[in-house]
Design a protein around this ligand. Structure first.
Ligand SMILES: NC(=O)c1ccc[n+]([C@@H]2O[C@H](COP(=O)([O-])OP(=O)(O)OC[C@H]3O[C@@H](n4cnc5c(N)ncnc54)[C@H](O)[C@@H]3O)[C@@H](O)[C@H]2O)c1
Ligand SMILES: O=C(O)[C@H](O)COP(=O)(O)O
Length: 535
């Protein structure tokens, strides 16, 4: 995908573990120029990133559309952590900028922090210490509750949610879990009870949220949910500010419904002076869930390795805005990349009108593989005539859909005599065109069908696509005319529907020509259309 030819500028905008970025500093195969410049305002960041190839952040730096637009060289955004709600993924995807994160590196730390917060909440540890520091030995005010035999509701049962549940079970809590992807079997396997959010609200003594911040999870815990909770419930948010509505939480605490809240995250951070922090029932930390030596080293190592991998191979381990395909699976489809792109490139030059629909069919062996990167390559081919559009695996589908191209993938195991066959069909308002290609053992890529007619053409160089009526003399007249213009035919393939019917010729020629340069051949008898396809 990306081949580095000059120094790669890596801009680290948030504090990262020095040990964690050691893979970047120590690697020798790439010419990396590492710039560490943290704590910048948005304007300062914007003024410094025009030449940046890689932007590395944690949660402090907001990578919004403006930042992305200013970073005209940007190829990759690395998030040393999980949440990517501080990154405008749409803006990055539009530009074909890959976003990677480190999904596993801080799971343990975040889970441990959640348990620490829950225990501190149950036993008023921060408040009690505070009084002690202020010279009071107050034992009466800080009578807590046990965790044992209490019910913990976990909303969002992904990596951290599951780890929290394990630990809560160690404290002998009953765990209710909600996640759209949680199956009954998995719940049983993990020793938790699958529940709805409402069931959690109604039954839990402690509720902890571990979802990403998404439109569907924003304000997920709101006044309606507080209303159905048990009196004296305690809530914990070590995921993202906004999943629990902050105003509704404040009101529920003041009303005595909620006995306490432990918060590591806030809608606006830093949250200094936040009204929730004025309540004695609230304990809080300044977004410390992932702040351990181990987690910071681990997440930074993971993104560093993905940066190196990207510039070496064009693939990454933890993409956020493109399909994540394991290396072995990618290797199965990699041989077809160029073919899929060439077929797309071929068809867009045959097609005279705006494409409305793209159907990509995979037949035979290739149909057993994860073909999403192949469809992306076919789309890349379709965009090849659109000057100035940078299309890659990240933005191909997005760009196509943006301009109203409907994309369909079909798979069938029968490939009619070929081991694998890829067929691309494009539909416009008035036309439908198809081309099929395959990889021939030892011979490389071939176009084997055009508009349903069998042919055998290498998808390379200049190919003349000629539609003619199958009448004697048509081919001869065409060959003579091209010879007069010193256009040498290397190979010629003719496909026809029936004798005397519509035919399609594919002529590989030695000269690079444009359709306008050879428009004269359409004046010949029985030659209906000609297009110069440059692959
Ligand atoms: N406080 C911190 O420092 C800290 C550290 C690490 C992670 N986090 C945050 O914790 C969150 C979870 O991280 P993770 O590593 O477990 O991520 P994850 O992707 O492994 O798990 C998230 C889970 O949320 C579920 N989910 C999505 N939409 C949902 C919905 N509408 N209702 C219920 N569940 C839903 C997903 O199915 C998934 O299982 C992220 O927001 C992350 O940013 C915070
Ligand atoms: O989403 C995450 O990984 C956490 O919120 C950690 O954020 P941080 O990298 O800013 O500590």
């Amino acid at each position: 995908m990306t081949v580095a030819t000059k120094a790669i500028n890596v801009f680290i905008a948030d504090p990262l573990s020095e040990d964690g970025i050691a893979p970047l500093r120590q690697q020798t195969g790439l010419d990396l120029n590492i710039i560490v410049d943290t704590g910048l305002t948005q304007d300062e960041l914007i003024s410094k990133i025009a030449d940046v190839d890689v932007l590395l952040v944690r949660s402090q730096t907001t990578v919004n559309r403006e930042v992305i637009q200013a970073a005209t060289n940007l190829k990759l955004i690395g998030r040393a952590g999980v949440g990517v709600d501080n990154i405008d993924l749409t803006a990055a995807t539009e530009r074909g900028i890959i976003v990677v994160n480190a999904p596993d590196g801080n799971t343990n730390s975040a889970a441990e922090h959640t348990i620490a917060m829950m225990t501190s909440l149950a036993r008023h540890i921060p408040q009690a210490f505070n009084t002690l520091q202020n010279g009071k030995w107050d034992r009466k005010s800080y009578v807590g509750v046990e965790l044992k035999n209490k019910t913990l509701g976990v909303v969002g049962f992904g990596r951290i949610g599951v780890e929290v549940a394990y630990r809560a079970k160690g404290s002998r809590m009953n765990v209710l879990a909600y996640d759209p992807f949680l199956t009954e079997e998995r719940a049983q396997e993990l020793g938790v009870t699958k529940a709805t959010v409402d069931e959690i609200c109604e039954q839990a003594d402690f509720i902890t949220v571990h979802t990403p911040l998404l439109p569907e999870t924003r304000n997920m815990i709101n006044k309606d949910k507080f209303a159905i909770m048990k009196d004296g419930v305690r809530v914990i948010n070590c995921a993202r500010g906004g999943i629990i509505n902050e105003d509704d939480l404040y009101d529920a605490i003041v009303a005595g419904k909620v006995a306490g809240a432990a918060l590591d995250v806030f809608i606006e951070e830093p949250a200094v002076g936040h009204k929730l922090l004025t309540l004695p029932q609230v304990i809080a930390t300044p977004h410390l869930g992932a702040s351990t030596i181990e987690a910071q080293e681990s997440v930074a190592v993971d993104v560093s390795n993905d940066i190196i991998k990207f510039f070496n191979t064009g693939t990454v381990t933890s993409p956020v805005n493109m399909p994540s395909i394991p290396k072995e699976k990618l290797a199965q489809v990699e041989p077809f990349f160029a073919l899929a792109e060439q077929l797309g490139k071929f068809l867009i030059q045959v097609t005279g009108e705006a494409v409305k629909e793209l159907n990509v069919s995979y037949a035979g062996e290739v149909a057993n593989y994860d073909v999403r990167p192949l469809t992306a390559n076919a789309i890349k081919g379709l965009f090849s005539t659109k000057q100035g559009t940078h299309v890659n695996d990240v933005n191909a589908r997005y760009l196509a859909e943006q301009i109203g191209i409907q994309i369909n993938e079909h798979k069938t195991t029968t490939a009619k005599g070929f081991t694998s066959l890829i067929t691309i069909e494009v539909k416009t308002e008035n036309e439908t065109h198809t081309v099929s290609g395959t990889l021939l053992n030892g011979l490389g890529a071939r176009i084997v069908k055009v508009e349903g007619f069998g042919v055998d053409v290498k998808p390379e160089g200049t190919i003349l696509y000629v539609k003619n009526t199958d009448k004697p003399g048509a081919i001869g007249r065409l060959a003579t005319k091209l010879a007069e213009k010193e256009i040498n035919i290397a190979t010629m393939q003719v496909g026809r529907s029936e004798v005397g019917g519509q035919a399609v010729m594919l002529l590989s020629v030695d000269n690079a020509v444009a359709t306008e340069d050879i428009a004269y051949v359409t004046e010949l008898e029985n030659i209906d259309e000609v297009k110069a396809i440059n692959l």
